[in-house]
Ligand binder design. Structure first.
Ligand code: AHG
Ligand code: MN
Ligand code: MN
Length: 365
């Protein structure tokens, strides 16, 4: 295949950096190391059963449980390892944290330490891996606290407790029919497609914008009996379609790979909800703030969409734990804002005499 005129990720980063002559280049090198980890994971995923990497970790048919209390797949552990190996040596990081590790990862003594923190979900949607449905990796880059950089001390969980608005960069790789890398460094969102013949990411989706309106929503409706009133109201109104208060029909999707849902929404609009619910009082939501909600939130907002807990902007939330869970709503701006409005005025819909709860609703109590 002839060399196309599309920028490679490397070229894109170098050209961006030329606008900031004082930049050290550390940041670009870090992004390229993250991209390398994603390429390695894409290869492992692509071999599927042939690579002997499907199934649970550690033994065939066995299972092991991560810090989240969730079953770890072999590929969860392999992907976590690939992220570490690709990023620990470069001298750009003060430490890392991941869904698959209880505590922060210290940069080994033989390598220099740097000024950034890398937080990641090495394989999102991994319950889909055995059925050959899209999965992905999600990453967030923060600045290490100044005191950590100056002292060179070991990293602590609290060093990662920064609101999403402080992310320097965020993005995800999607291992679907094609492998894509979607990246924001705080100036819009750019999408790159992996050219398998070159092993390079090429800029294919410059300055992605999420449509402000949508007729498509994504939620796991098997949880409907646990939803809070504002979520019930929103979904009921969507389901009521043309004859309901929204006066239009909605479509529904649920892949159970948040990264794949995020990508669909980025491409054609939509709204995704994994809201806070009453299923398990010890879990305020299903998804994790630092390596799922915040990076996807930054991507959405940088693409003109919105991300929220329902009650406040996602990127304003002050984290208090490394593996903190949170209610997450993101996607087309006008829909997310509507859901936020419903949260701000829940009493208006708690009226059980409401026809939407008692007659038309498929999700009534
Ligand atoms: P992970 O594979 O990293 O644990 O994340 C899975 C998440 C997310 O990708 C998806 O939206 C959600 O779990 C699926 O939840 P349900 O099992 O409730 O469908
Ligand atoms: Mn995940
Ligand atoms: Mn995961």
């Amino acid at each position: 295949m002839p060399l196309s005129r599309r920028s490679t990720l490397t070229q894109f980063l170098i050209e961006e950096r030329r606008r900031y002559p004082s930049a050290s280049g550390d940041f670009n090198a870090l992004i390229l190391d993250v991209a390398l980890a994603c390429k390695a994971i894409a290869r492992a995923v692509a071999f599927g059963e042939l690579g002997g990497m499907l199934g649970n970790h550690p033994a065939e048919g066995g299972s092991s449980v991560n810090v989240q209390g969730e079953t770890q797949k072999k590929l969860d552990v392999i992907s976590n390892d690939m992220f570490i190996r690709a990023n620990e040596w470069g001298g750009h990081l003060a430490g890392m944290a991941s869904e698959e590790m209880d505590d922060p990862y210290q940069i080994p003594g033989q390598y220099p330490r740097g000024k950034y923190l890398l937080v990641f979900d090495p394989l999102d949607g991994s319950s889909n891996i055995d059925v050959n449905v899209s999965v992905g990796s999600i990453f967030s880059i923060l600045r290490a606290p100044q005191e950590v950089i100056e002292s060179g001390r070991d990293i602590r969980a609290e060093d990662f407790f920064q609101p999403g608005a402080q992310q320097v960069a965020a993005g995800y790789a999607l291992y679907g029919p094609t492998t894509m890398l979607v990246l924001t460094v705080g100036k819009g969102v750019n999408g790159f497609t992996l050219d398998p013949s070159l092993g390079e990411f090429k800029l294919t989706h410059p300055q992605i914008q999420v449509p402000e309106d949508t007729q498509e929503f994504a939620i796991n409706s098997s949880n409907s009996r646990f939803w809070e009133a504002p979520v019930k109201r929103y979904v009921d109104e969507c389901l009521a379609g043309k004859t309901g208060p929204r006066s239009k029909d909605f479509n529904m999707r649920w892949i159970a790979s948040m990264v794949a849902e995020a990508h669909r929404i980025l491409m054609r609009g939509g709204v995704f909800m994994y809201p806070r619910d009453t299923k398990d009082p010890s879990k305020p939501g299903r998804l994790r703030l630092l390596y799922e909600a915040n990076p996807i939130g930054m991507v959405m907002e940088q693409a003109g969409g919105r991300a929220s807990t329902g009650r406040e902007p996602m990127l304003a939330v002050q984290p208090t734990a490394l593996h903190q869970r949170i209610g997450l709503v993101f996607g087309s701006k006008n829909e997310v804002e509507r859901i936020e409005r419903y949260h701000a005025e829940p009493q208006a819909y708690k009226d059980e005499a409401s026809p939407l709860f008692n007659e038309r609703s498929l999700f009534r109590d």
